[in-house]
Design a binder for this molecule. Structure first.
Ligand SMILES: Nc1ncnc2c1ncn2[C@@H]1O[C@H](COP(=O)(O)OP(=O)(O)OP(=O)(O)O)[C@@H](O)[C@H]1O
Ligand SMILES: N[C@@H](Cc1ccc(O)cc1)C(=O)O
Length: 454
């Protein structure tokens, strides 16, 4: 389906605080295209705008890094602006070279189509959950319109000869060569395929298509998308009659990249992604991810992943730094972010499980209650009674046999409610089970897994 309208609440003229300023104050913005004053004055005048952001179907699920540009869309959406969330059914076939040192692995068609429908479902859930979360703090919020799009909808009908004849002369090779995504790869040993070289043209045309046919005037992406976004702005400016351009943009905005404490981008390629699909990363594991945020990152993440006001964040941080070991800021961040991502109530459920699993064993509920609670927070995993401890460790933490052995030798594995430190493989785990079925496995102090042995 090319375009799917999710919510239509009628045309309204509305006034809300300039969203670009809100986002800048929260430290989410990296670059804004020029002329920025033209965008700001439209927003200051309370004009409704329509903006879009895309993600390619290169994995089963979006991850926390992808949510940064989507948080920009969400911030606009909940304040009444219209947003288009695009899945790159067409662009996903080429592979975006932006920010990459090597070509992406080929994704089979069946997998790609499956990824498209999963990501569309995640996008629609993200905006629904995000709106509920915003409304929990601003009950009278009236959102804009959410549209889900797939660029295969228009690309499947474009013929190469027509495209080159109609648009080829507006696309300048010098500009294409000068983009970071291209120039960085030209000198590499592997080189750059024509598919990756032309990727920017497809994304530029997408922006033009959405601008011309659907009134989209702003494109948003992570900072690695700056080249593709400005390619779209150039394309629209060259192809469109200047008289039709004047007050309509086009504009581009990028977000700072979400990085690890060592500065590495969070994402699939770096292998450190936390996925938003609850069947891949449960509410509990998303909660744990945010709970483990360092003191130096917590303010930044509170501003990005919550709708707490800057005043509330300031007060929370003041309270936190009075006794940092209580991790009040991290606990609030984790609960709020899980509510935002997985839906209202899931944050408290994950908090409850976390408090019980990480407190002392006397407060641990018995088997059935523990099982139900863990199931609700998506924590419970299954393992076979025939598995040895090393098999179990490999499955729950997705690590190799030698890594599991290394963890045991490093004294970092603890079993059962009493947290017995185990240093060698065990074939029989029955003496560590709660109610003869539930096994709690801890990796050091920070990671805890709950398994049902069947
Ligand atoms: N860590 C991150 N921080 C901010 N934005 C990100 C991050 N990771 C991805 N994005 C943004 O999410 C959008 C979709 O990204 P996409 O799924 O195509 O690639 P990706 O997740 O970056 O892939 P990979 O990790 O394999 O490079 C883009 O706008 C991209 O810039
Ligand atoms: N190039 C973007 C995804 C995208 C695809 C098509 C677009 O029109 C916009 C964005 C990325 O890889 O992150």
């Amino acid at each position: 389906m090319q375009f799917q309208l999710i919510r239509r609440l009628g045309q309204r003229q509305f006034v809300t605080k300039n969203v670009v300023n809100v986002l800048r104050d929260r430290g989410i913005l990296s670059q804004v295209s020029q002329p920025e004053p033209a965008l700001l004055s439209r927003l200051n005048a309370g004009e409704k705008i329509k903006l879009y952001c895309g993600a390619d179907p290169t994995a089963k699920s979006l991850h926390l890094g992808n949510l940064l540009p989507l948080m920009i869309l969400l911030n606009f959406y909940v304040r009444g602006h219209d947003v288009v969330a695009l899945v790159g059914g067409a662009t996903g076939r080429l592979g975006d070279p932006s920010g990459r040192k090597t070509e992406r692995n080929f994704v089979a068609e069946e997998t790609r189509l499956d990824n498209v429908s999963r990501i569309q479902a995640q996008l629609s859930r993200f905006f629904a959950n995000g709106l509920d979360y915003y409304r929990s703090k601003n009950a009278d919020a009236i959102p804009g319109e959410l549209t889900l799009a797939n660029n295969l909808g228009w690309w499947k009908d474009v013929k190469m000869l027509d495209f080159l004849a109609d648009y080829g002369r507006f696309i300048k090779i010098q500009s294409m060569l000068s983009r970071d995504s291209v120039s960085a790869r030209l000198g590499s040993q592997q080189g750059l395929g024509f598919n990756e070289f032309t990727y920017q043209v497809l994304q530029a045309y997408d922006f033009y298509h959405l601008y011309k046919n659907h009134g989209v005037t702003l494109q948003v992406g992570g900072s690695d998308q700056w080249g593709n976004i400005t390619a779209g702005i150039d394309f629209i400016n060259r192809v469109t009659d200047p008289n039709c351009l004047q007050h309509a943009g086009p504009f581009g905005i990028t977000t700072n990249l979400l990085t690890t404490s060592t500065g590495e981008k969070f994402g699939k390629s770096a292998g450190n992604a936390v996925f938003i699909d609850p069947t891949i990363n449960s509410s509990f594991s998303v909660y744990q991810f945010f709970l483990n945020t360092t003191d130096s990152d917590v303010e930044k993440l509170l501003k990005i992943f919550t709708f707490l006001s800057l005043q509330e964040i300031g007060a929370l941080l003041a309270q936190h730094f009075e006794s940092p070991h209580k991790r009040v800021a991290q606990r609030t961040l984790a609960k709020e972010a899980v509510n935002l991502i997985h839906g209202m109530g899931t944050g408290s459920a994950a908090e409850h499980v976390s408090e019980i699993l990480f407190s002392d064993s006397s407060t641990l509920p018995q088997g059935r209650e523990l099982k139900t609670m863990c199931e609700r927070a998506g924590v419970l995993q299954n393992c076979s009674r025939n598995d040895s401890l090393i098999d179990v460790l490999m499955k729950v933490a997705d690590i190799t046999r030698s890594e599991a052995r290394r963890r045991l030798q490093q004294n970092s594995i603890y079993l059962g409610p009493n947290r017995k430190n185990i240093t060698t493989d065990l074939d029989d785990l029955s003496s560590y089970l709660i109610d003869d079925s539930i096994l709690i496995v801890r990796f050091g102090k920070q990671k805890c897994f709950v398994l049902e042995m069947t």
